[in-house]
Design a protein around this ligand. Structure first.
Ligand code: HEC
Length: 517
C-alpha cells in the first residue's frame, strides 16, 4: 500500500514537472496572437503583456480561445489562407486549456520571452500625402457604436498613381474598422455640410454610390495594403477621400483624429487595380428577406478574361450570417475556393488579401453565396418582431455585397506576393535569441521561435542526448532579420528528451524538449 502511494506521488510529480507554464508555453502564444490588440492604447479591452495580466484573465482566455472567438479571424482558414492570418492551432488551444486547468502556473520567469515591442509610426515609410480628420471627432461615452463618414479633400490637382494606402487610427481604443472610398461628385461634402457636426453619421457605407466605393479597408491587426511593383490605384484630381469609421462602444468620452497615409507610385503603374462588386445585380431574384426566414442568395459572375485576384472583402450587416465565394470551371471539374466566412460578424469585416495573386481563368464562374437569418432567434436581428429586409445602408437594412480587387492576369502572377508588413514579423526583440518551444512535452509537432537582429545563414537541427543529429529542420538557409517560427513534425522521434540547436554566423543556442506520447 505504502509503495503504491509513493509510486503514485512520483508519477504525479513527474506530471507536474511537465506542466504547461506561462513562461515557456503560454507567453509565446499570447505575445504572438493577442498582444498586438491587447496592450496599452489598443483596441483590446485589457492588456495581455505580462504573467499578472494574462493569469488574471485565465478563465475567460480559455473560454474565448476555446470557442475561437479570439483572436478574431472570421474566414475559415482551411478553405483559403490569407495574409496576416491570425488563428490558433488546436494544439495551442488545448495548451491554454491545460495551463488553466493546472492553475495557470507561471513557471520560471527567466524563460518568459520579452514582450514584443510594436513599431510606432508608419509601417510603410515616409508618406507622400497625409490626410487627417480636420478636427478631433468626439465619440461620446454612452456605450453605443458610432459610424461616421469623414470627407478629406485630397487637394490633388491631377490624377495620381498610388502604390500603398495606410490607415493610421489615432485612438485605437475606439477605432474598430474603416472603409475608404473616393468621391469626385461633391456629394459626400454636401452630406457633411447638411449636418451640424464634423462628418456625417452613416451605418453601412457612404450614403450614396461614389466613383470608388472600395478604395481600401482597415481592421485592427492587419497590415497596410501595399501593391506589388507596377500595380496600383488611381486617386483622381480634385477628389475627396471618404473614410467611414466604426467607433466601438466606450463608457467615457474619447476623441479620435485618424489619418490616412498615401504613397505615390515611384514607378509608373501599368496595371491598375480594379474592383468588381458582387451585388444584387448578380442575382436572378430580388434582394428581399421576408420576416422569419433564413435565406441564401446565390449570385454569379462569369469571368471574361484571366484575372489575378488581390483581395476579397465580403460586406453585410446585422442579419447576415455567412458568406462563401468560389469559382468553378466551365466543365464543372475544377473549383477554386476564394473565401468562406461561416459565421459573419459585422464587427470583424475587412479586406482579406491573398498571400500570392490568385489566378481565376477566363470562362470560370464566380459564385457568391450570402445567407441572411431574419428570424427572431437571431439575437442580432435589429427588428423585434422581424420585418421585411431589403437592400440599403442603414442598420435596419441589409447588404449582399462582396468586393473583389483584381488585375488582368499576366503569366507569373502566381509568384507575386503582396508585401506583408505584419506586425508579428516586426516585433522588435532586444537581442538575438532562440525561444522556448511549444508544446513541451510534445507529441505530434513542435513550434520553435527565434529572433535575428540581422540576416544570417542558419542551421536548425535536432539532437538526441548523445549529441547525435536526429533531424535537420533546415541546413545553412538564409534567414532574414526579425522573428521567425518553424513548425517541426515529430514523426518517428521516439519518446525521450532532445535538444534543438540553432547556429550560424556567430549565433549558437540550444534548448531542450521532451517527446511524450
Ligand atoms: C485584432 C485585435 C484582437 C486580437 C488579435 C485579439 N483580441 Fe481579444 N479582443 C479584441 C477586442 C476588440 C475585444 C472586445 C470586443 C469584442 O469582444 O469583440 C476583445 C475581447 C477579448 C476578451 C474579453 C471578452 C469579454 O467578453 O470579456 C478576451 C478574454 C480576449 N479578447 C482575449 C484574447 C486572446 C487570448 C487573444 C489571442 C489569442 C486575443 N484576444 C486576440 C481584440 C483582439
Amino acid at each position: 500500500m505504502k509503495k503504491g502511494i509513493i509510486v503514485l506521488t512520483m508519477l504525479w510529480s513527474a506530471h507536474v514537472s511537465a506542466q504547461v507554464t506561462f513562461s515557456e508555453n503560454i507567453a509565446p502564444i499570447i505575445f504572438e496572437h493577442c498582444t498586438k490588440c491587447h496592450r496599452e492604447g489598443e483596441i483590446g479591452p485589457m492588456p495581455l503583456t505580462s504573467y499578472a495580466e494574462v493569469s488574471a484573465s485565465a478563465n475567460i482566455i480559455e473560454y474565448v480561445t476555446g470557442i475561437r472567438y479570439m483572436p478574431p479571424w472570421t474566414p475559415d482558414h482551411t478553405y483559403r489562407t490569407f495574409r496576416d492570418e491570425n488563428v490558433l492551432t488546436d494544439t495551442e488551444i488545448s495548451l491554454i486549456a491545460e495551463w488553466v486547468a493546472a492553475g495557470a502556473p507561471e513557471g520560471n520567469p527567466d524563460l518568459t520571452p520579452p514582450v514584443p515591442v510594436f513599431p510606432e509610426g508608419s509601417q510603410v515609410g515616409e508618406p507622400d500625402l497625409v490626410l487627417t480628420l480636420e478636427e478631433p471627432f468626439l465619440h461620446l461615452g454612452n456605450n453605443a457604436d458610432m459610424y461616421k463618414v469623414f470627407v478629406l479633400p485630397t487637394g490633388l490637382t491631377e490624377d495620381t498613381d498610388i502604390e500603398a494606402i495606410e490607415v493610421r487610427p489615432d485612438n485605437k481604443n475606439i477605432c474598430h474598422h474603416a472603409i475608404l472610398g473616393v468621391d469626385v461628385s461633391g456629394e459626400a461634402a454636401q452630406l457633411d455640410a447638411a449636418t451640424p457636426e464634423y462628418g456625417y453619421t452613416q451605418f453601412g457605407g457612404f450614403g450614396f454610390n461614389p466613383i470608388d466605393n472600395f478604395f481600401s479597408a482597415w481592421v485592427p491587426g492587419t497590415s497596410p495594403l501595399v501593391f506589388p511593383p507596377a500595380l496600383g490605384k488611381k486617386l483622381y484630381a480634385n477628389s475627396d477621400l471618404l473614410i467611414q469609421m466604426h467607433y466601438g462602444p466606450s463608457s467615457i468620452d474619447q476623441t479620435d483624429q485618424t489619418s490616412v497615409n498615401i504613397f505615390f507610385a515611384d514607378e509608373p503603374i501599368t496595371r491598375y487595380v480594379q474592383t468588381v462588386p458582387i451585388n444584387p445585380n448578380n442575382l436572378d431574384e430580388p434582394f428581399i428577406i421576408l420576416p422569419n426566414t433564413v435565406k441564401t442568395f446565390h449570385g454569379t459572375i462569369e469571368v471574361p478574361v484571366d484575372v489575378s485576384l488581390i483581395d476579397v472583402a465580403p460586406h453585410g450587416h446585422l442579419i447576415c450570417s455567412s458568406y462563401e465565394v468560389y469559382a468553378v470551371s466551365p466543365d464543372g471539374q475544377d473549383t477554386i475556393n476564394i473565401i468562406k466566412i461561416p459565421e459573419w460578424d459585422f464587427n470583424w469585416q475587412g479586406l482579406f488579401a491573398f498571400p500570392n495573386l490568385l489566378r481565376i481563368p477566363a470562362g470560370y464562374t464566380v459564385h457568391c453565396l450570402g445567407t441572411f437569418d431574419n428570424t427572431a432567434q437571431n439575437p442580432l436581428n435589429p427588428n423585434d418582431p422581424p420585418q421585411v429586409m431589403t437592400w440599403g445602408e442603414s442598420t435596419t437594412e441589409e447588404m449582399y455585397l462582396c468586393f473583389v480587387q483584381f488585375v488582368i492576369y499576366l503569366p507569373g502572377d502566381e509568384n507575386i506576393s503582396l508585401p506583408t508588413l505584419n506586425e508579428e514579423y516586426m516585433m522588435v526583440y532586444p537581442k538575438e535569441q532562440l525561444f522556448a518551444c511549444y508544446p513541451n512535452p510534445a507529441n505530434t509537432e513542435l513550434v520553435i521561435g527565434y529572433h535575428l537582429m540581422k540576416p544570417h545563414e542558419m542551421t536548425l537541427e535536432v539532437l538526441d542526448m548523445q549529441g547525435k543529429r536526429v533531424a535537420t529542420i533546415f541546413d545553412r538557409k538564409s534567414m532574414g532579420m526579425g522573428y521567425h517560427r518553424e513548425r517541426f513534425m515529430l514523426n518517428d522521434l521516439q519518446n525521450g528528451t532532445y535538444v534543438y540547436h540553432l547556429f550560424g554566423d556567430g549565433f549558437d543556442e540550444s534548448q531542450r524538449f521532451v517527446v511524450s506520447r
